[in-house]
Design a protein around this ligand. Structure first.
Ligand code: SF4
Ligand SMILES: [Zn+2]
Length: 347
């Protein structure tokens, strides 16, 4: 096991990549191949109103980058097959999904990787899957910018299609040294230009609190990244880190060298960024919010703050975030004040 000194805040990427790989479980997991990884219904917005959204997570070979090394916070590899999944298997998964699909207006299809990567989903199967949801108002799939290729997207195009890209940060140094992302900001810009040309809306994910940033630095990085991404996106989702097993972030958390972001930081980023991005929608649905592994406060106010973040995400009305208070906000303020001077991790 490579042990690095905590005050060496940014590691050279090869060292980082070695550590990420070392933290993986040695034995591959057993999988139930009989259907998709998960399916559920949640609320989202389409054409200005709150509607039901169908979320489908297909099991594929997994993210090519995770197979290489992967991002410091990403545990998706735990759900991936790590070997090719046949077209037949994917079609079976889709059959199960269509049995559950109930005509929801918004459909989100995730793969623990890139929907557009032909090594995860063969190109003809990609087209079949998208075609199954032609009746939805919004059909969102995720991809790394590497797979946003004009010629292919022209063939896949349908009016309801939206592409989501996890930019995470608009700072190349953070992408390289804190997240170990496979691409750089210029690749995101190139992909966004292809999408603009094809009139395919872009949804961008911005990460809150990559490892090795203080709470305060993380807030600044997220605000700057949202302002940057708003030039290219129709919607931005602020994703506070949640701690997933076998990741670098999990390793740091167990050593008490990482705390998931405060919900106060989520509120702060939304309040600072929203007035500066015009009509671009800004949302946040903190995974494991209010729990120790997700963005959380003191435990007493988490439910209320989460409720306000959800209300803001659905309404885009900043009033939803006004008037929130709990004693723990003082501790959060202290964290911001002290975190540059003292590496102590408040819990
Ligand atoms: S965050 Fe995305 S790009 Fe990074 S390893 Fe996970 S699935 Fe791949
Ligand atoms: Zn509190």
């Amino acid at each position: 096991m490579i042990i690095y000194p905590y005050d060496k805040r940014r590691m050279p990427s090869t060292e980082l990549q070695e550590l990420i790989k070392e933290l993986r479980p040695e034995e591959p997991r057993e999988f139930d191949d009989s259907g998709p990884i998960a399916m559920w219904t949640e609320k989202d917005v389409s054409r200005g109103r709150v509607v039901d959204a169908f979320v489908l997570i297909l099991r594929t070979r997994g993210c090519y980058w995770a197979l290489h090394s992967g991002c410091t916070m990403c545990g998706y590899i735990n759900d991936a097959r790590m070997e090719p999944v046949s077209a037949e298997n994917l079609r079976n998964q889709m059959e199960k999904a269509m049995e559950r699909y109930n005509g929801e207006k918004v459909v989100k299809i995730f793969t623990s990787g890139s929907f557009l990567d032909p090594n995860e989903i063969p190109f003809d199967v990609q087209a079949e899957i998208l075609g199954s949801f032609e009746g939805a108002e919004r059909l969102i799939v995720e991809s790394l910018p590497e797979f946003v290729i004009e010629k292919r997207l022209r063939e896949l195009y349908q009016e309801n299609l939206e592409i989501a890209i996890g930019l995470e940060s608009a700072d190349d140094e953070v992408l390289e040294k804190n997240i170990n992302k496979s691409f750089r900001v210029k690749d995101y810009i190139n992909a966004s230009e292809v999408l603009k040309k094809l009139k395919i809306p872009l949804k961008t994910y911005v990460l809150l609190k990559p490892p090795f940033l203080t709470e305060k630095e993380a807030i600044e990085d997220a605000v700057n990244s949202i302002l940057f991404a708003s030039r290219y996106s129709s919607e931005i989702s602020l994703n506070p880190i949640n701690i997933q097993n076998f990741t670098l972030v999990h390793h740091l958390w167990r050593r008490r060298e990482y705390r998931a972001p405060w919900l106060w930081s989520v509120v702060e980023v939304l309040k600072r960024a929203k007035p500066r991005i015009g009509d671009v929608r800004l949302v946040s649905w903190p995974t494991a919010g209010g729990m120790e592994r997700g963005a959380h406060n003191c435990g007493r106010c988490d439910k209320r703050v989460m409720g306000s973040i959800e209300e803001f995400s659905l309404s885009q009305n900043l009033n939803a975030l006004e008037g929130l208070y709990c004693m723990c906000i003082e501790k959060w303020r202290d964290t911001l004040e002290l975190s540059g001077l003292n590496r102590f991790v408040f819990r």
